[in-house]
Write a protein that binds this ligand. Structure first.
Ligand SMILES: [Zn+2]
Length: 381
């Protein structure tokens, strides 16, 4: 692992299976709506029959079927970095200083008529001093706020994998003072109920929920069981002392756009992690993500289809249903679980057949991850 020289990106084959077992491995699916969706567990038995599965401790079945999911959306990024606020401020300032009025008086420079271009230049030169003052001086302090906000959120993106960051690790008393944290606990160490107590409980409220002790028991059983009311929930945040190894799906990098949207933030995330490797104990590798959004990570079959609504008229891109085991998946969660499994297999030099174009399900090998390659089949919802 330390053998990788400076300038050479780390590869999965550089990490020995024994070392990988000591790490906190995350399968990460980068994207547009969500900058990343990360998952820290998968079941290798799903993809290979027991006879084909190498007897490596690295490929052992996880003790808990539940796993953690960490995600960060693009919208979250812009709001937390303060971009929305700054853009609104800039707009207000433009109104206030009469810049909006000046700019709306210009014609368009995108014209082939020579007089129009001349008029545009003349008009712009006439207001040049005012515009230079506004864009060169007034607005710069707001632009600096954007820069500062982005730096803070970039830091947070990495911290999510180091100690949970502000988003996941706030209970770890990193950001909450110890007193605030303790004030939320009962004497027996359980969390205080923050729900308002009604003197006359609503008749619509289920009876068992009126009893606080029972409610707490339910919460405890929920935290340690796979399902609540038959619905899967991710495992709550758990701090780890192991070095995080981020296996980032590589399929969408190298393209500038995906689904006509720029991939800027996913690329930025990768850049930020690369820089953070100098500061935090954190490792990043590229992981093969071919077919990761086609294969069901529970049964390992290439039988995922988009869930349809309105009698099959509209297709939900983010929701997939497996036709073999009927599991309903959030697309990116399933992909991140597959990437997690694929990176474990890659460290051992194995690749399950289902992730190759040679699989009996004839999939077009040139389209590994674009969603439109998915045949639209009606599925049980
Ligand atoms: Zn399945």
């Amino acid at each position: 692992m330390s053998g990788a020289s400076i300038g050479q990106p780390l590869r999965l084959t550089d990490i020995s299976p024994v070392a990988m077992q000591q790490m906190d491995v995350w399968g990460i699916d980068p994207g547009v709506t969500d900058i990343f969706v990360a998952s820290n567990s998968s079941d290798p038995r799903a993809y290979l029959s027991p006879a084909d599965l190498p007897g490596e401790p690295l490929l052992a079945t996880p003790p808990n079927p539940r796993h953690q999911i960490r995600r960060f959306s693009s919208a979250e990024y812009y709001v937390k970095a303060g971009y929305r606020k700054t853009v609104a401020n800039i707009k207000a300032w433009k109104q206030q200083h009469g810049i909006t009025e000046i700019e709306s008086s210009f014609g368009s420079p995108k014209t082939t008529v020579r007089q129009n271009i001349t008029a545009y230049i003349t008009e712009k030169l006439r207001h040049l001093d005012r515009l230079l003052l506004f864009y060169g001086q007034d607005i710069q302090q707001l632009r600096f706020l954007n820069y500062r906000g982005a730096q803070l959120v970039n830091h947070d993106l990495v911290k999510i994998f180091v100690d949970g960051g502000r988003k996941y690790g706030s209970h770890a008393s990193n950001y909450n003072s110890h007193d605030t944290y303790m004030s939320r606990l009962n004497e027996d160490g359980s969390f205080k109920s923050r729900r308002r107590q009604h003197a006359h409980p609503s008749p619509l409220q289920p009876r068992q929920c009126q009893n606080q002790n029972q409610q707490k028991k339910k919460l405890t059983s929920f935290l340690f069981s796979e399902t609540r009311n038959g619905k899967w929930r991710p495992l709550p945040f758990q701090p780890s002392t192991q070095i995080p190894l981020l296996c980032i799906g590589d399929g969408r990098f190298g393209r500038r756009r995906f689904n006509k949207k720029p991939l800027g933030l996913a690329n930025r995330f990768k850049k930020v992690v690369r820089l953070a490797q100098r500061q935090f104990p954190i490792l990043m590798v590229d992981a093969d993500e071919a077919f990761s959004s086609k294969v069901c990570s529970k049964c390992g079959k290439k039988t995922l289809a988009n869930v349809t609504v309105d009698g099959g008229e509209s297709k939900l891109h983010a929701v997939q249903c497996c036709e073999t085991c009927s599991t309903v998946w959030q697309r990116d969660c399933n992909a991140s679980r597959n990437i997690h499994a694929l990176s474990h297999f890659a460290a051992l030099g194995v690749k399950p057949l289902v992730f190759t174009p040679q699989d009996q399900d004839q999939a077009d090998p040139s389209t590994t991850s674009p969603p439109d390659a998915q045949p639209n089949q009606p599925t049980p919802t």
